[in-house]
Write a protein that binds this ligand. Sequence first.
Ligand code: ZN
Ligand code: FE
Ligand code: FE
Length: 305
Amino acid sequence: MHEEKPQSGLILGAHLSIAKGFDQALFNAAKAGSNAVQIFTKNANTWREKQLTELQIAAFQAAREKTGITEIASHTSYLINIAGADADKTAMSVEALYQELIRCTRLGIPYLVLHPGAHLGDGETAGIQRIADNLNAIFDRLPESPTRVLLETTAGQGSALGHTFEQVAAMGDKITDPDRVGFCLDTSHVFAAGYNLADPDGYESTIGGFDAIVGLSRLHLLHVNDSKKPLGSRVDRHEHIGEGHIGPAAFARLVTDPRLSRIAKIIETPKDKNGKDADPINLTRLRRFYAGEDPVQVLFPVSAS
Ligand code: ZN
Ligand code: FE
Ligand code: FE
């Protein structure tokens, strides 16, 4: 089978399935020419937990050595909400997050991405405090973990927190050991939250603003997705790279931005495009932007006639 060669200087990959095994996700990433990958360590839509076997852990370790892929993120279950006031429900989420962190620790995964949570009417200040308190308690229970929890910027649907850079910064500032957390910026989320990445000045004020308020040194992952929904819609719907409201030019700026070059970029774009696997299409677009091709030409080639 044809194997893509990773471009040096671009740390890029996709969210991949673990259906055929944790190790297979790494092999599939390498086959696609990626030097980064994101996975779930369990079914993200159920509460049911998954215990890892020694065999799975050994196979993952071997696959990591074979592929050389070190930039690995795990995304937490979508059900987890550690910001709510309901003690029983929140305790269930805290336990699920603790199990997520255990799996990542055992697999040696450096990053665990978390949607900070929704305050469900309890208010921003209380929600942010609860997120930090619950994270601090989990870190105390697992003092030796090499896995950093990355708080992801959100679109701000409902009462979801993390739709402003000030909010994520406030969460991070309340963490006792700052080395145990970091941040993940999702382009489609911040755009839906009102940060206008689509426009050149808006791009600059978004990335510059993140640096000023949170700090780019604490940004460890980028989720690179276009948005089906318009600026400020507060609705999270991902679109193929360049085909949504953000558009191709912003992604060309992002992959060539020297401030972001050391940060792994993961696509979470739709998997299907007219019955075809869309990941290679979206990854190739980003690689061509990185190589300096005109982003509009990449998306909408005009044949010379
Ligand atoms: Zn996410
Ligand atoms: Fe994301
Ligand atoms: Fe999303």
